[in-house]
Design a protein around this ligand. Structure first.
Ligand SMILES: NC(=O)c1ccc[n+]([C@@H]2O[C@H](COP(=O)([O-])OP(=O)(O)OC[C@H]3O[C@@H](n4cnc5c(N)ncnc54)[C@H](OP(=O)(O)O)[C@@H]3O)[C@@H](O)[C@H]2O)c1
Length: 257
């Protein structure tokens, strides 16, 4: 293997990808596995995770499925213990699980809506960093990738709770990067723009909403599942060894305009 290839090689590393069964998380999981990582896919739906793991193993990748709701502390602790029990280590954590179930003005946003989004998008990242990232801090090495959003950098309309969580993830990341730099754990965000996933299906199917978004995107299309994979491999690998507390925006240029 050439020196250049070694930079991106993830052989022998264990990666946990939350929300790894579908969407952007699935694309990231495939990318990490393609570069040699053993990948643990997590989410709330066992059947989705099992199917994804079987498909990935069918292509020669090392993939496991472990159910966990990231908003539940007990689930995250059990996930950590299960991964350590089977794999013995955690080297890469991708906090990708996220929801945005409502597009409403704040007047029509209930406290329950707010709490639901905070629980997964922000508390989930906190819990996974604390318990799975904590393993990395104990090991003295690791890379955490928190999937935020362009909504962590600029405001989106009718998405106050979502923007609040993604802005929170951006600054959680910087704070943790400071705390754990000396422990050998790098912490960065990957901030996607608009991708072709279940999360954006309603919006993409409405031409009145989709057309202006595409028009505002210099690269002229929505992101595809594996468009985030290269950025994730970069942040997970030694190629980004001098990066921590940073945000890598993958949005087709949407925030540049
Ligand atoms: N799609 C976009 O355009 C876009 C843009 C910017 C940022 N993002 C961010 O990218 C990430 C992935 O989004 P996506 O578009 O791929 O969404 P998606 O297709 O809706 O997938 C979301 C994933 O998260 C999992 N999940 C949701 N709540 C969870 C919980 N409480 N515990 C564990 N897993 C949970 C889901 O699995 P289960 O339902 O089985 O649990 C699913 O695997 C999110 O953080 C999102 O905010 C997406």
């Amino acid at each position: 293997m050439s020196e250049r290839e070694v930079l991106f090689d993830l052989t022998g590393r264990v990666a946990v990808v939350t929300g790894g069964g579908r969407g952007i998380g699935r694309g990231i999981a495939e990318g990490l596995a393609a570069f040699g990582a053993r990948v643990v896919l997590t989410g709330r739906t066992q059947s989705t995770l099992d199917q994804a793991a079987v498909e990935m193993r069918g292509r020669g990748y090392d993939a496991l499925a472990q159910m966990a709701d990231v908003s539940r502390e007990g689930d995250v602790v059990a996930l950590r213990d299960a991964v350590l029990g089977v794999c013995g280590q955690i080297d890469i954590l991708v906090n990708n699980a996220g929801v945005n179930p409502i597009y409403l003005g704040i007047e029509r946003t209930s406290l329950a809506d707010w709490q639901n989004i905070i629980d997964t998008n922000l508390t989930g990242v906190f819990l996974c960093c604390k318990y799975l990232g904590g393993v990395m801090a104990g090991q003295g090495k690791g890379s955490i990738i928190n999937v935020s959003s362009v909504a962590g950098h600029v405001g989106l309309r009718r998405s106050v709770p979502y923007c609040a969580t993604k802005g929170g993830v951006e600054l959680l990341t910087k704070g943790l990067a400071l705390d754990w730099a000396k422990k050998g754990v790098r912490v960065n965000t990957l901030a996607p723009g608009y991708f072709e996933t279940d999360l954006t299906a309603g919006m993409r199917e409405n031409d009145a909403l989709a057309a202006p978004l595409i028009a505002h995107t210099p690269l002229g299309r929505f992101g595809k599942l594996d468009d985030a994979a290269g950025a994730a491999v970069f942040l997970a690998s030694d190629a980004s060894a001098y990066m921590t507390g940073a945000s890598l925006v993958v949005d087709g240029g949407w925030t540049a305009d």
